[in-house]
Ligand binder design. Structure first.
Ligand SMILES: Cc1ncc(COP(=O)(O)O)c(C=O)c1O
Length: 409
């Protein structure tokens, strides 16, 4: 897509003031105040244009101001924004059917965020065990480094103490095992007998850490053998970002539940808990719910995203641009031994550095490339799926220049 921004609109100074006097201080925000964007570019109130390889933290798959999305949303806003889940609207079944085809899973619960999708997965797992006559199987097993969200349940299976400690006690009986260690997983499943094992096929917040395909297949086999529900949290890596709709599908694995969110509605809040057939009837009326989830506006946006992905070649574009990005980063790594590891695939990639990650992040911002740092030492790149060949080349140039600056400082 052509990334051309219209002339900047003048804004009142108070709109551009970078202070948050009346906002809860949950984020250490940057100084930039973004006001508009187009394709893979965003612009600040002062008219500074950035190449957006953060994508609102893996959200803006269609980039900014995508013409089909804008048109569909304008149309939908004028027709129907909200009805509640007590009623149907034309997009409920259409989006659910598409997702069933894309995931290989049977039934969708529509939520508003990744954390909420994971809450549904955890609740469903416990109820399913109860229905099997195993009410004692209430524990959850997760992976070290895993991140699943900030609500009490999702936070309880998130590994990092820094997110959990101040809010304890959380949901009890959560345990973690080391990623890629089949023996440790087998032992934990046998001894803990959890309701579910929740894991990300690529751990985004842990520094874009890939799990091996052998591990994904072994986990599938072990969960089946021990009667444990296998939940793949695909909130960050899913929805086509790796070049297949689900990242886990590249290992040939179908989980019992997959959770989705971030890019699925082109930037509108939406999460999905996708459930395999044997478990699809576990939740019944009254068991779970949401006022806003699956509303007409978010699902209309999701439909545009899924059409772009399936019928307009967006998935193929992810593969091509992902390969271009990887080639460029490999060339950079060959010149810079400070790059100790390249991680991820498609349009979720991480560059792990022996030193200078913080300085590099600052230099990237200064030079006009938005990206962030995860796991302390890894720069994470999450460009929109509509990113162009020229955008990727430009990002690689900025990355090379910024790396040289960061290492020299
Ligand atoms: C893998 C994963 N799961 C869950 C979440 C939580 O999603 P949300 O912030 O939409 O609640 C995130 C957010 O970064 C995530 O990366």
């Amino acid at each position: 897509m052509q990334s051309t921004l219209s002339p900047a609109t003048a804004l009142a100074p108070e709109t551009t003031r970078p202070v948050d006097e009346h906002v809860v201080k949950t984020y250490a925000r940057s100084q930039e105040v973004f006001v508009d964007g187009c394709g893979a570019h965003v612009r600040t109130a002062e008219g500074r244009v950035y190449l957006d390889f953060l994508g609102g933290i893996a959200v803006s798959a269609l980039g900014h101001a995508h013409p089909r999305l804008v048109e569909a949303l304008r149309d939908q806003v004028g027709k129907l924004i909200h009805t509640s889940n007590l009623h149907r609207h034309p997009y409920t079944e259409e989006v659910a059917t598409r997702l069933a085809r894309l995931t290989g899973l049977e039934a969708m619960f529509f939520a508003n965020s990744g954390a909420e999708a994971n809450e549904c997965a955890l609740k469903l797992s416990r109820k399913w065990q109860r229905l099997q006559g195993r009410p004692e199987r209430t524990n959850f097993l997760a992976l070290e480094g895993g991140f699943h969200g900030r609500t009490m349940g999702a936070l309880s299976v998130t590994h990092s103490k820094k997110y959990r400690e101040a809010f304890e006690p959380l949901v009890p009986c959560c345990a973690w095992v080391a990623p890629n260690d089949v023996g440790a997983l087998e032992q934990a499943l046998e001894s803990i007998r959890p309701a579910a094992f929740i894991m990300e096929p690529i751990q985004g917040e842990a520094g874009v850490r890939d799990l091996s395909h052998d591990y994904l297949r072994a986990a599938r086999e072990l969960c089946t053998r021990t009667g444990t529900l296998l939940v793949h949290d695909e909130v960050q890596a899913g929805c086509g970002r790796t070049g297949s709709f689900l990242a886990g599908a590249q290992a040939g694995v179908v989980p019992d539940i997959a959770t989705l969110a971030k890019p699925i509605a082109g930037g509108l809040p939406m999460g999905v808990c996708a459930v395999a057939k044997p478990f699809a009837d576990t939740l019944q009326p009254g068991d779970h719910g949401t006022t806003f989830g699956g509303g007409p506006l978010a699902l209309r946006a999701a439909l545009v995203f899924l059409e772009e992905l399936e019928e307009r070649g967006l998935m193929r574009a992810v593969e091509e641009r992902g390969a271009q990005l990887k080639r460029g980063l490999e060339a950079l790594q060959a010149r810079h031994p400070e790059i100790v590891e390249l991680r991820g695939r498609g349009l979720i990639q991480g560059v792990r550095l022996a030193r200078g990650a913080e300085e590099l992040q600052r230099a990237l911002y200064k030079n006009g490339l938005l990206a962030n740092r995860t796991g302390g030492d890894t720069i994470r790149l999450l460009p929109p799926f509509v990113v162009g060949e020229g955008d990727v080349s430009q990002a690689l140039d900025i990355f090379a220049r910024s790396l040289a600056e960061a290492l020299a400082s």
